[in-house]
Design a protein around this ligand. Sequence first.
Ligand code: AMP
Ligand code: MG
Length: 412
Amino acid sequence: MEHLRASEALSLILESVPLSAGETVRLEQSLGRVLAAAVSANRDLPPYDVSAMDGFAVRSVDVASVPASLAIIEDIKAGNMPTKTVQAGQCARIMTGAPMPRGADAVIRVEDTQALRAGDVQIDKTVKPGNDVRPRGESMKNGEVVLTAGTEITPGVIGVLATVKAAQFAVYRRPSVAILSTGDELEGMHDPVDPNKIPESNTYALMGQVQALGIEPVLLGIARDEPAELRRYLQEGLQFDVLLVSGGTSVGVHDYVRPTLEALGVQMKFWRVAIKPGHPLAFGRADKTSVFGLPGNPVSSMVCFEEFVAPALRQMMGNTRLYRRTVTARLAHPVKFRPGRTEFVRVQLSRDAAGYIASSTGSQSSGVLMSMARADGLMVIPSDSTGLAEGEQVTVQLLDGTVFQEEIGYRE
Ligand code: AMP
Ligand code: MG
């Protein structure tokens, strides 16, 4: 099979993964979720015309020429309803958020007034009708849709939900995710240190990536490179919505993952993508499960997660922003590339007056996990590039926990 381009692989994945069903969550537990149904306002807000300032509610005609002296007829606090009508030559002292009294059509800020003898105030400024008045329904009108389905729940959105008294509401479910590592050479986290073994890290790095999307994965452990054992583990993994298997997807004689998945009824959609690191990526679908065969190399597995798994999981959870935010940076040093595949170089970002500067995190070997641990972002090198000079403009995907965008933002 030919290597797919990154965008082709991503399209196949995004066409295949289902949108999760809805479930009800409480407001307190909703941060980061995505609304599965629109939410409407349950009242006009503000419910009446209110003052936007601490000051005096006046008839604008009374302050057409200033200074003007007005008689204060009452004090209106936020939470109190006015009891009097403002007549010619009168005003009411009013606080921010308090309802406008009948008769008045504008507010003068306290800073534009001077206290006179008891009961009177001098107004030093003329204003137009409506000045510093927030009209009824300015924030929202009863019955109008304030949040559409597909809205990602940020702290600001939580505030709006609280405003319309949405104590619980429908969001898309989070898919269940299982993580499985494979390889005879791997030493489990809780195994004694054996100098001949390779410490297993993919399970945990992937766990962190899954958790960063708000999902708590189930860790299945390590399956040995033995078909019967691998089959048992994979079978267990196929109970989940998403199964991430790392290692054993390549062309080694003990790489049993793909044939075993196929034997279990997983329809493999592709294998191998023209990217570096991470080309032995495989993807398939079973009845309910989307299966990602991730490369065993620790950096490759993480990069494949970023580029292919994270967008899929976000799409399943109803997000419309699937991709890492991209920024433009200048390259701190020259780099050479072999054309033919899209490269994801781990970089650190610094800033100067002209913007971001990207520099490599060191050895870009797909086994050197430090390159990922140190990275602020992935610099994406188009597949036709043979190299870049110092100072050239590059696109960097930020490896930040929560910031995503709608466009993929780079050229492959
Ligand atoms: P594989 O894809 O199984 O051929 O593995 C490629 C490389 O990644 C080998 O050097 C493995 O030892 C290493 N590797 C595979 N799985 C893991 C893992 N879970 N943790 C750390 N290294 C791994
Ligand atoms: Mg292996």
